[in-house]
Design a protein around this ligand. Structure first.
Ligand code: BES
Ligand code: MN
Ligand code: ZN
Length: 543
């Protein structure tokens, strides 16, 4: 039994994108949803019971688990027909530690051209992290062999505190992560795709149905993550607010979503004085993007996802230092992760109602830019003294959060690369999670924390308290837009909190997690794994 992987190449878009790019047109009118996805992986689920057993499977490679202490997994035992695997373990060629691999060719008694031994740690105590590093190592090893297809016969149902669906999902995400490249802006590709492109997951007959569902969902999630990464990695001169709006429109076409893109005039009519103040200094037109997905019951209140869409944050008049300013092209990663999550949810056809609200603009200095000390009136009517034009994320989000009221939401989650201070607090491992502290919000926080743990896309809860709110006091307006250096990510959350009192709300500060620096510089796709997991579980609850 097979189920084919989805074709995700959009060659037409790619071509037009390249033509525009290399003929000097700085902006694309039609967004290329995908860039480097000629590196498509074709996944399927197969059973190797009875007549069609693993040793006789005709394939380029079978990946099987081995443990520390020279121990074999069940599928390793089934392929150890003439003792070659045992011999390899006994000779010390592989430690069995998570992440270790050993490629064997022409193994006696086995039809497959190769066998890849994959270390899973201590026997029968493979933890989630161990399994993830094993699948990453497997994907890397399979990406360099001279074969087009392979079978993954890892013990998907034996990961501690995780089920088979989780393991299939982890293996798909690891494979897609390893295959991901973003080199379409280079005139020649870095490295052409090599190795395995067709990957079959070996599961038992009884697990077939759940494995197939998990595979379909994992591919949808991987597609969402890739969309988020592509948008994040695109430079500010291509990924403008208009580009994000066109991406939303294309998603709406492809997945039959509702879409509305408000331009400056419409944003003015809504009296979003705070959002508009951020866009004063730039020639690039602002966009206010609304997407709607109705997979749930008609009367069911929607979940609203709000994403910060600053396509470049220079800081404005409170200009940032030059070093690393290029990284502020990632300041739309909140918006990108909301779009990526939408793509995944729509492809999974989850039974929920979802709304995306994305305020998007550039933050630039100019003769018309907002100045420190300026006072603006937000859509909520509350006035804001802008003491620092670089604290712009909260200024665009507060109006989006007010706008979200009209959907009578079940809950609202905003996602934003909001503060450098969250990186000081939590580094690059956890995103910051903020909610009010009452029973309803504690429950929501627990749900989000759990979704983070289940996906490895973790969050850490931070406080919102009146003592911090006091730091936002202004002598000239209802509030200032900064609260001084102490607790910078908390005062930013406190600012947003003032615009969310009509519904249940959570804020996720992804400034430390949305992209990676150093040699692996690029967007991470976080927190799409977290958000999709949260929504999958919500959909099950309400079904
Ligand atoms: N986009 C930045 C936050 C940011 C900083 C994200 C570093 C990723 C890495 C945000 O708009 C910003 O500039 N925040 C200021 C707020 C300050 C002026 C109160 C910050 O964090 O320095
Ligand atoms: Mn800023
Ligand atoms: Zn910013």
């Amino acid at each position: 039994m097979e189920c084919a992987g989805s074709k995700i190449v959009d060659a037409h878009d790619r071509l037009h994108f390249k033509q525009r790019l290399f003929h000097g047109a700085g902006q694309s009118e039609t967004p290329a949803e995908r860039f480097s996805t000629e590196r498509v992986m074709d996944f399927s689920i197969k059973t190797f019971d009875g007549k069609n057993a693993l040793p006789t499977a005709k394939t380029g490679c079978i990946a099987i688990g081995v443990f520390e202490g020279k121990k074999l997994s069940a599928s390793a035992r089934s392929l150890d027909v003439k003792g070659a695997i045992t011999a390899a373990l006994n000779s010390g060629d592989i430690s069995g530690k998570p992440g270790s691999t050993l490629l064997m060719r022409a193994v006696p008694g086995v039809a497959s051209e190769r066998i890849l031994l994959v270390g899973l740690g201590k026997e029968d105590s493979t933890g989630a992290r161990d399994f993830v590093s094993a699948t990453q190592a497997t994907a890397r090893a399979l990406s360099t062999i001279g074969s087009n297809d392979a079978v993954l016969a890892l013990p998907f149902d034996r990961v501690k505190e995780r089920d088979l669906e989780w393991a299939v999902n982890a293996a798909v995400l690891a494979s897609r992560e390893v295959a991901y490249r973003f080199d379409d802006l280079k005139s020649t590709q870095d490295t052409p795709q090599t190795g395995v492109k067709k990957l079959a997951f070996a599961v038992s007959e009884t697990s077939l149905a759940s494995a197939k569902l998990a595979l379909a969902q994992a591919q949808a999630i991987a597609n969402g993550i890739e969309l988020t990464k592509n948008l994040g990695n695109l430079p500010g001169n291509i990924c403008t607010p208009t580009y994000l709006a066109n991406t939303a429109k294309k998603l709406a076409r492809d997945f039959k979503l509702g879409v509305e893109v408000l331009d400056r005039k419409q944003i003015q009519a809504l009296k979003m004085g705070s959002f508009l103040s951020v866009t004063n200094g730039t020639e690039e037109p602002p966009k206010f993007i609304v997407l709607k997905y109705n997979g749930g019951k008609a009367k069911e209140a929607p979940i609203v996802l709000v994403g910060k869409g600053i396509t470049f944050d220079s800081g404005g008049i409170s200009i940032k230092p030059s070093a690393s300013m290029d990284e502020m092209k990632y300041d739309m990663c909140g918006a990108a992760s909301v779009l990526g999550t939408f793509r995944a949810v729509a492809e999974m056809k989850l039974k929920i109602n979802l709304v995306a609200v994305i305020p998007s603009c550039e933050n630039m200095p100019s003769g018309r830019a907002t100045k420190p000390g300026d006072v603006v009136t937000s859509m909520s009517g509350q006035t804001i003294e802008i003491l620092n034009t670089d604290a712009e994320g909260r200024l665009i989000l507060c109006d989006a959060l007010t706008y979200a009221e009209r959907f009578k939401p079940a809950l609202v989650i905003d996602v934003a690369t909001l503060t450098g201070a969250i990186i000081t607090s939590l580094g690059h491992h956890n995103s910051g999670l903020f909610t009010r502290h009452d029973d309803a919000h504690d429950a929501l926080a627990e749900e989000i924390l759990a979704a983070g743990k289940e996906t490895g896309d973790t969050v850490w809860r931070m406080p919102i308290e009146d003592a911090y709110q006091e730091q936002l006091k202004s002598n000239f307006a209802d509030m200032a837009n900064i609260g001084g250096p102490p607790g910078g990510s908390i005062t930013a959350a406190c600012f947003l909190e003032r615009y969310t009192r009509k519904y249940t709300w959570a804020h996720i500060d992804i400034a430390g997690t949305a992209w990676k620096g150093g040699a692996a510089k690029g967007a991470s796709g976080r927190p799409v794994p977290l958000l999709t997991r949260f929504l999958i579980k919500r959909a099950k609850q309400t079904a």
